[in-house]
Design a protein around this ligand. Structure first.
Ligand code: PLP
Length: 396
């Protein structure tokens, strides 16, 4: 008889964002006259930049003529896009070659698929609070998961020690949900540790573009020895507004070898089996992000989101509430007042000021008592939400 994957029953009831969505809609159904400001889910609000739109239009036209038409694209990505991304890495001071770059349809897809490189019998370490996909994909694969707690004492940036042991280590920096980011020195320690114990770091760089502090690395490959222990997963979703357009990239270095097997070659082989490539049109649009014009335009949008983040941090500074993030990250991670749990604070905010954020509980045990705001909303809504929050907390 067919056996389903019973590990689906070990996943939490409902995915975090679905719960928020449902609760918000329930509130709106009961209070149709209220204006709810959604400052939770991390979807972008600004449209694609002009350089990308133009490139997409041109690519659509290419598909209309036999001479410029493209059918299947190479599984690992079009050479023009791999070259453009390699140039971007060079500009960050990271040595990454074109054939170490694999174009994907987004970080989420690759975070799941990349696990096919590893045997089920590996221990995974997740620094929590964490983006829920790290845990869920490994539950489904049946791997042993250990949790390393990030907390206020370690600035939400825990470091490895003698008690830390794992085969696969997730590091997300700047972090979702906490907004905390490792500096070069700290990340180097993780790299040295991984090389010492033979672990592989899955480095999630989805928010690298928000880094403004020069002591923080944008890519793990800026640092020594990362080419022997790390895979980097990145995305244009938040950097260039591609959440609905879909494009990401993963770097698997040539020097990454475990158990005598070369992970770059394994990933090439995986791509040949698992994908028929990413649409020519989208890859053309993505390549425009890495032109001088594209970079200029996307960074203007990032500045808007950063101003949004500053509206929140100013409000929290004014009322003296503890938080981290918001500077090198689009996320602000605040401590809930009066010992409230994240879900209690969620209900309090939606009922009192109609502002929606995300309870820290949804990102793991040690997210309890914290709350995440996202800076991806419109400037008008964000300013209003920050004002409402400030007034509410001032009354406390
Ligand atoms: N990694 C992190 C840390 C994220 O927050 C997200 C999306 O919110 C992703 C990966 C997924 O990005 P994508 O839209 O490229 O699938």
């Amino acid at each position: 008889m067919l056996k389903p994957n019973i590990r689906y029953s070990q996943l939490k009831d409902s995915y975090l964002f679905n719960t928020i969505y449902r609760k918000t809609n329930e509130y709106l159904a009961a209070n149709p006259d209220k204006k709810v400001l959604r400052m939770g889910v991390g979807d972008v609000s600004l449209p694609l930049c002009d350089a990308v739109i133009q490139a997409l239009h041109n690519a659509v036209d290419d598909q209309a003529h036999p001479a410029s038409f493209h059918g299947y694209m190479p599984e690992a990505g079009a050479p023009f896009l791999r070259a453009a991304i390699a140039g971007y890495y060079r500009s960050m001071g990271a040595k990454v070659s074109e054939n170490e770059i694999f174009v994907s349809s987004g970080a989420c897809d690759d975070l799941g698929d990349i696990l096919e490189l590893f045997d089920q019998d590996n221990t995974v370490m997740v620094i929590e609070p964490a983006y829920p996909e790290y845990v869920d994909t490994n539950i489904l694969a049946g791997r042993n998961i250990v949790h390393l707690n990030a907390n206020e004492e370690n600035g939400f940036l825990p470091m490895p020690d003698n008690n830390t042991a794992a085969d696969i280590i997730y590091i997300c920096s700047p972090n979702n949900p906490t907004g905390a980011a490792y500096n070069k020195h700290q990340l180097q320690e993780w790299i040295d540790f991984a090389n010492e114990i033979g672990a592989v770091i899955l480095f999630d760089a989805a928010y690298e573009i928000f880094i403004e502090d020069a002591s923080l690395p944008h890519s793990i490959f800026e640092l020594d020895g990362a080419n022997r222990c790390a895979i980097e997963i990145c995305s244009l979703s938040k950097t260039a507004g591609f959440t609905g357009t879909r494009l990401g990239y993963t770097v698997v270095p040539h020097d990454l070898v475990r158990g005598g097997m070369n992970l770059n070659e394994m990933w090439s082989r995986n791509r040949e089996t698992r994908t028929n490539g990413i649409s020519y049109i989208l890859q053309k649009g993505a390549a425009a992000v890495f032109t001088a014009e594209g970079q200029n335009q996307i960074r203007k949008n990032i500045r808007v989101y950063k101003e949004n983040a500053a509206a929140f941090t100013k409000a929290l500074d004014k009322v003296g509430v503890w938080y981290c993030g918001g500077t090198n990250s689009p996320y602000i991670w605040m401590k809930c007042p009066d010992g409230m749990s994240g879900w209690e604070f969620f209900d309090y905010l939606i009922n009192e000021i109609q502002v929606v954020g995300i309870p820290g509980d949804g990102f793991g045990e040690c997210g309890k008592g914290y709350f995440r705001f996202s800076a991806f909303g419109s400037p008008e809504d964000t300013k209003e939400a920050a004002d409402r929050l400030c007034k509410l907390l001032e009354k406390e």
